[in-house]
Ligand binder design. Structure first.
Ligand SMILES: Cc1cc2nc3c(=O)[nH]c(=O)nc-3n(C[C@H](O)[C@H](O)[C@H](O)COP(=O)(O)OP(=O)(O)OC[C@H]3O[C@@H](n4cnc5c(N)ncnc54)[C@H](O)[C@@H]3O)c2cc1C
Length: 469
């Protein structure tokens, strides 16, 4: 793909649109926009623009489309598939100044927000009004709602409440030709032709820029209970996950963690967490609701299931502080893994009952190829984050041979009727594996959609589809 390099005249035009102070060109200002949380990748844009509203974004897109300049939309840069990286240089279009919670409509259980609002800020704002916005990626303290929509992000509570997709009613989107559209209606139901709202969700900034979001809210559950269960066998822990549902329970979260995950997180966060030698996996399970007695009964049933699957113990977090302690440790794993080692994270997902086979297969493949993995994730959703650590492996192995092992892992996902990403998206780093799970017919349909929205391909080029396609 050949894009126009940024010229002096382009910078003048951008300054005209967003104001001089919001056009960044020097290397130190561009550095924060040169990477996200994906591995150790770095791509510098030629310019970063910080527009204030949809109108400015429309003017930027129209100008870039006319002049064939690549545009990479960006939220908080916490993405794990390289979606926000400017692989072709050009413009980084940051949404950080579109950070207003426009309204919270208690009567209709809706919130209208801009895409640069941090997930946790919205959660707290609606909680003050007795309302609940469930999607809670472990990065909730920093990721933006616009980024969440671009990936249909999940998090622990997706298990009971669904992912971001399930809470988006309507979107304002700026198209590449500068038109600003609403994708649907602010309604709980929608059966009015193709659903453009859902098409935008998960499209990773390749179809348009989301500038306003209408979200569904629900009543807040009054209580939560949290259990932590250590296991000597990780496969038994994985089997217990499905057992919980077979026993008729409906937890709000069910997370699987290998001991190294907690170990790394505790070290980074300087928290004390003793892990006995015999422990090879943990399940962290949350139950929520309004009726405490009922919740306690559910926890008793879950405990029975856990012991039936050979849990070593079942610990209750009794206070709010203890609950936060365990959640903090869990949320810290991603950051801690990145801090500790060069790594690649695979976002494997399979139907829940197949999780033990996936886990076993991942370990067998990693043993055969000779690399170490730390696995954790949203086990209740069948979503296992496989972190492959570089340790002392050669660059040759890391850059070439490892690819074959990753394909084997993804082929296993496919055999189990799963796929290569549950919530982190395809972005830059997973595009080469799309063909493992996606027939050419499906890819051709996706490409046709992409080019219907963005005929010149200037929006987030190099993402989802391979360079050749
Ligand atoms: C420690 C850690 C824990 C995480 N835990 C989870 C988790 O539990 N669950 C989960 O799902 N993810 C998780 N993630 C991944 C990441 O936080 C999410 O993918 C998040 O939604 C990305 O949001 P962002 O604002 O950082 O987006 P960015 O990384 O900036 O961008 C992501 C994609 O969104 C596009 N984009 C951003 N804004 C817009 C917009 N307004 N319009 C159109 N496209 C846009 C970008 O072009 C890019 O393709 C985690 C990441 C980290 C670092």
């Amino acid at each position: 793909m050949n894009f126009q390099k940024i010229r002096e005249q382009d910078l003048l035009q951008f300054k005209e649109i967003v104001g001089e102070e919001y056009v960044l060109v020097d290397l130190s200002s561009l550095e924060p926009y040169s990477h996200d949380y994906t591995e150790d990748l770095s791509f510098f844009p030629e310019v970063a623009l910080k527009p204030a509203n949809a109108k400015e974004i429309a003017a930027i897109l129209l100008y870039c489309d006319t002049n064939n300049i690549a545009v990479t939309p960006r939220g908080a840069g916490t993405g794990l598939s390289g979606g926000a990286l400017a692989v072709y240089g050009g413009v980084i279009l940051s949404t950080e100044r579109l950070n207003k919670i426009i309204s919270i409509d208690e009567r209709n259980f809706q919130a209208i927000v801009e895409p640069g609002v941090i997930n946790e800020r919205l959660q707290e704002a609606v909680k003050e009004k007795g309302l609940f916005y469930p999607p809670d990626p472990a990065s909730k303290g920093s990721c933006f709602l616009g980024g969440n929509i671009a990936h249909s992000s999940g998090g622990p509570r997706a298990l009971k409440y669904g992912t971001t997709r399930d809470y988006v009613l309507n979107l304002e989107v700026v198209l590449v030709n500068g038109e600003i559209i609403m994708t649907g209606a602010n309604t709980l139901k929608y059966s009015t032709g193709y659903n453009l709202t859902h098409l935008m969700i998960g499209s990773e900034g390749t179809l348009g820029i989301v500038t306003k979001i209408i979200l569904k809210l629900i009543p807040t559950p009054k209580n939560t209970l949290l259990l932590l269960a250590p296991f000597a066998s990780p496969e038994k822990a994985c089997e217990a996950v499905n057992g919980i549902f077979l026993a008729g329970c409906n937890p709000s979260a069910c997370e699987f963690v290998e001991p190294d995950g907690f170990r790394l997180s505790a070290a980074l966060l300087q928290m004390t967490f003793d892990i006995p030698e015999e422990v090879k996996a943990y399940l962290l399970i949350e139950v929520d609701g309004n009726h405490f007695d009922q919740m306690m009964k559910e926890c008793e049933t879950i405990s029975e299931v856990l012991y039936t699957h050979q849990a070593i113990d079942v610990l209750f977090a009794e206070t709010a502080n203890q609950k936060e302690y365990f959640w903090k440790l869990r949320r810290g794993i991603g950051e801690a893994t990145k801090h500790n080692n060069t790594y690649k994270e695979e976002d494997t997902v399979v139907p829940r009952a197949e999780l033990p086979i996936l886990f076993h297969g991942v370990k067998e493949i990693s043993k055969r190829y000779g690399f170490r993995t730390v696995c954790y994730g949203h086990a209740g959703d069948g979503n296992l984050h496989v972190n492959i650590l570089k340790d002392e492996l050669s660059d040759e192995f890391w850059n070439n041979e490892l690819n074959t092992a990753i394909i084997e892992i993804f082929e296993l996902c496919k055999q189990l009727n799963g796929t290569i990403s549950g919530e982190h998206g395809i972005g830059l780093v997973q595009q080469k594996y799309m063909k493992v799970v996606m027939p050419e017919t499906n890819l051709a349909l996706m490409r046709a959609i992409k080019f219907a929205f963005d005929p010149k391909g200037i929006l987030n080029p190099g993402k989802i589809f391979t360079k050749e396609s």
